[in-house]
Ligand binder design. Sequence first.
Ligand SMILES: NC(=O)c1ccc[n+]([C@@H]2O[C@H](COP(=O)([O-])OP(=O)(O)OC[C@H]3O[C@@H](n4cnc5c(N)ncnc54)[C@H](OP(=O)(O)O)[C@@H]3O)[C@@H](O)[C@H]2O)c1
Length: 275
Amino acid sequence: MQTILVLGGTGKTGRRVVTRLHERDLPVRVGSRSGDPAFDWEDPATWAPALQGVGAVYVSYYPDLAVPGAPEAVGAFARLAVDSGARRLVLLSGRGEEEAQAAERALIDSGADWTILRAAWFDQNFSENYLLEPVLAGHVVLPAGDVAEPFVDADDIADVAVAALTEDGHSGQIYELTGPRLLTFADAVAAIAAASGREIGYTRVSPEDYAGALAAEGVPADVIDLLIYLFTTVLDGRNASLGDGVRRALGRSPRDFADYAREVAATGIWKAADA
Ligand SMILES: NC(=O)c1ccc[n+]([C@@H]2O[C@H](COP(=O)([O-])OP(=O)(O)OC[C@H]3O[C@@H](n4cnc5c(N)ncnc54)[C@H](OP(=O)(O)O)[C@@H]3O)[C@@H](O)[C@H]2O)c1
């Protein structure tokens, strides 16, 4: 079996893909700036060494397929991967994002055996990303109101990715990966509060006020632009529906947000700083 390269292999989904492949004793290489050899999306000279001896790649782009230059980078990487002998490419994409779909097309045009994973917002944004801090502070403030989102568990994404990387039958599939239920951001925060036995407030603000608050905290302008795009354009209701990708790929239901919240609460990471 040739090596499986996992881009973003230290991140939320990639780390879980790496763990599952190790558990199956499959040869794995982590593709990230801290990998060996290092892989950097911003330095194409690092791509060929990471692709040496590789038969399949989990392609997770950073920071987001919606940023300028992403489709070109993904397309160039996919062509190089195919030229280097990698047949199977599994792309982590986003739902309802035109820009992400341009990257999907660029990867498909490489001629690889492709699988696209169009994922909803990850549950793990509340425990492994930028929403952890406000949860710990006991008050989440976001420009998100009544529009519901079918949050998906990164463990489900990793299970589907591993199936697509290692089994036949997933080539040419676009899997819409969502959880089993629609929740508003306020619902999600309430579920975390219930699971962790804490009071956690939720306040909706305007995108302008949110951007202003982030700027005051010193968040870089490109990150602010990306977050505003995600909370306005992508969270405008276009994705307020369930996808069937987990069931189609794995033959089982996706994990519910409440189960995620219970499991993370049990680890203690949501305990308030002063508890
Ligand atoms: N978060 C969500 O809710 C969500 C939903 C749908 C789709 N997505 C997609 O998921 C992808 C990953 O986003 P994420 O926020 O979840 O990040 P993530 O995968 O949790 O973390 C980032 C990963 O990328 C690596 N990385 C960072 N900069 C890099 C660079 N310049 N070159 C190569 N690797 C780099 C990091 O490792 P090193 O630091 O070692 O380089 C780490 O492994 C994005 O394409 C996003 O569109 C996310």
